[in-house]
Write a protein that binds this ligand. Structure first.
Ligand SMILES: [Zn+2]
Ligand SMILES: [Zn+2]
Length: 132
């Protein structure tokens, strides 16, 4: 069981699964949404993600047609994003996890729009657009 929370701690969640994959997305929306160079997000099964506290603080912002980005209405921590056409999957913001995780697969996406000031210095695969 993995545990996670937002910055203010009002939102607490549990995940009954593993983190197998982490994407570092450099698209311009993720830069704005996170306030930094990229987001680190992991696809997780919606049915295994349980909000044990503070669900009323979760606010879903519709950042584009068919997609929401959920954050804590009190402290602003981004928590997940979700697509209407993929209800079984949420893309968890890995920085909100309190449990230390590793992931077998890590990659960079939308490198074509990455921040000019940020240089990728790791060996993970890089995709100009989405990963597949
Ligand atoms: Zn919060
Ligand atoms: Zn993105």
């Amino acid at each position: 069981m993995l545990h996670g929370s937002c910055l203010c701690g009002r939102i607490q969640y549990q995940y009954r699964g593993d983190i197998d994959e982490i994407s570092m997305c450099h698209c311009t929306q993720c830069q704005k949404g996170q306030g930094t160079a990229f987001v680190a997000a992991a696809p997780v099964a919606t049915e295994k993600l349980t909000f044990v506290r503070g669900q009323e603080f979760l606010k879903e912002y519709r950042s584009s047609p068919g997609k929401v980005r959920a954050f804590c209405a009190e402290c602003g921590s981004p928590v997940y994003s979700a697509r209407d056409d993929l209800p079984g999957v949420r893309r968890l913001r890995v920085g909100t996890l309190d449990t230390a995780v590793e992931a077998g697969r890590k990659y960079h996406a939308f490198v074509a729009s990455k921040a000019r000031w940020y240089e990728i210095r790791d060996e993970f695969p890089r995709y100009q657009g989405p990963s597949t």
